[in-house]
Design a binder for this molecule. Sequence first.
Ligand SMILES: [Zn+2]
Ligand SMILES: [Zn+2]
Length: 126
Amino acid sequence: MTPAPLSKMRCARHAEREAAACCAACGIAFCRECVSEHEGRLLCAACLEKTVSGAKAGDAARPRGWLPAALKRAPVIAAGAAWLWLCFYLAGLLIEKIPQSAHEGTVWKQAVEDSDANASEWEDAE
Ligand SMILES: [Zn+2]
Ligand SMILES: [Zn+2]
């Protein structure tokens, strides 16, 4: 019980030839010469070309391509990370250079006290 008796069908390209198989994609019957196997499916030349070129285009756009893209962008990401690190490093240096007492305000108090002391010294000298 075959739904389509291929022996009674003719190749879509070669009317004089008996169809050997139906294209798995478009379902049109072709002779053995007109179909070729692709990943276990029999495809006509047109569908094979479409599938192969489509697969190629799909491969480029598919996430499979993300790794090479990431590798290409890696230096940019690394440079960005290095730049960020440098910024934090420099900021850290600056913060380190500011004496701890500055945060408590004692440095300013000290400065004021020093100037007061100087002033009183001047007063004493007079
Ligand atoms: Zn086809
Ligand atoms: Zn044919």
